[in-house]
Design a protein around this ligand. Sequence first.
Ligand SMILES: C[S@@+](CC[C@H](N)C(=O)[O-])C[C@H]1O[C@@H](n2cnc3c(N)ncnc32)[C@H](O)[C@@H]1O
Length: 237
Amino acid sequence: MKIHEKLKKSYDILSKHYEFDVDTKTFNAYYERPAMIKAIGKIKNLRVLDAGCGAGYYTKWLIDNNAKEVVAIDFSKKMVEATKRKVENKAHVLELDLNAKLPFNNNYFDMIVSALTLHYVKDLNFTLSEFKRVLKENGVLIFSINHPIMTYLYFSLENYFEEILLEDLINKVPVYFYHRSFDTIFDALYNNNFFVVNMYEPKPTKDFLKMDEKNYKKLMKKPNFLIIKAIKSNVTK
Ligand SMILES: C[S@@+](CC[C@H](N)C(=O)[O-])C[C@H]1O[C@@H](n2cnc3c(N)ncnc32)[C@H](O)[C@@H]1O
């Protein structure tokens, strides 16, 4: 079975974990999500794509915060089903692969939110070219990914600069993702007219400390996730 199919199968298995547990897990609830939500900012009246929606946490948040229209996509059938259960008919939830062309019109969305997903795509440049196509001029892209420093250190990589596929375990289920250097990430953004307006290296919240002091102390010294906010703009060229 190809890596891509294996990953999809893994996320089908993990969909239960995402639907029932993740919303209270420290790394999501008290670390990545508060920082992403701060980075996203106001979404009232915006047409937003949730790319790699998982069980629909951000999809629901976008609806609850008055986005004009929310489209959520994921390549895992089980994740799509979980998101549909969560948001019912308040969003369009579609089973789609970010490694392929997206079935949306050019210049359709005001914003794309993609949480902890882009490190899984095979060709970041391709996926960003699709994001560029479907976003309006001055549309905003906000995404979180594994921090390149974390993957470099945690996986004891020999070469920081080499783009490399790595295997990790989430709840004992194997997942396969790419380590990409800052240079690779920023190059792909630049090539696709994304002008980076901010970059965040989140710190855990005080609630994290109450629940897991050991990891809180670790995360206060070593980054785990990276958040980037960029605007589709000709300014980059
Ligand atoms: C770590 S989960 C994050 C889910 C959600 N964004 C959240 O933060 O709760 C990553 C998600 O990306 C999806 N994914 C991975 N590769 C994908 C691809 N090529 N196309 C679409 N979805 C993908 C997985 O199925 C999974 O639901």
